[in-house]
Design a protein around this ligand. Structure first.
Ligand SMILES: [Zn+2]
Length: 155
């Protein structure tokens, strides 16, 4: 199935008297079992994350499932995927994290690394140098040179 087909495979509107968690759980498929990534037929937002409407508000479906299981997300934290799969809605694959950590994950998940651009983007986003070093497993001196444009000046 293509991306387009999947995102247009919407279900009819959820009846108001039905528990949203139960209802949306029925849209979930588990191709690799309960422990694998879960997928849904619900449509995705612009970032590829499945999103649903609850009480008139858009909610990420993975977040809805996580909150149903664990309660409210601790203040100041957000949920990040352990599995790096934005389409996954398995609450077991989410963990509460700080925004900074989540940014690191996003950069790690960005695909084949273009290190120079990645490092400068992370730096511009306010990620501390030692965390960039840890995230990418590169030498501190190299990261520092890239941030300060002593290497790959024109990259
Ligand atoms: Zn997953």
């Amino acid at each position: 199935m293509t991306e387009r087909n999947r995102s247009t495979a919407r279900r009819p509107n959820r009846p108001l008297n039905v528990d949203p968690v139960d209802w949306y759980m029925e849209t979930v498929s588990r191709p690799d079992g309960d422990d694998g990534c879960w997928f849904t037929t619900m449509s995705e937002n612009g970032k590829g994350r499945p999103r649903v409407c609850v009480n008139g508000r858009h909610v990420l479906l993975a977040r809805l499932f996580w909150v149903a299981r664990h309660g409210a997300v601790p203040e100041g934290l957000q949920l990040a995927h352990n599995c790096m799969n934005r389409r996954c809605v398995n609450p077991s694959h989410l963990r509460p994290t700080t925004q900074r950590d989540n940014q690191l994950d996003e950069f790690r998940a960005a695909g084949p690394p273009d290190y120079v651009a990645t490092i400068r983007r992370m730096h511009a986003a306010g990620v501390a140098e030692h965390r960039i070093v840890a995230a990418l497993g590169m030498a501190q001196s190299t990261v520092n040179d890239i941030i300060n444009h002593r290497r790959w000046r024109n990259a």
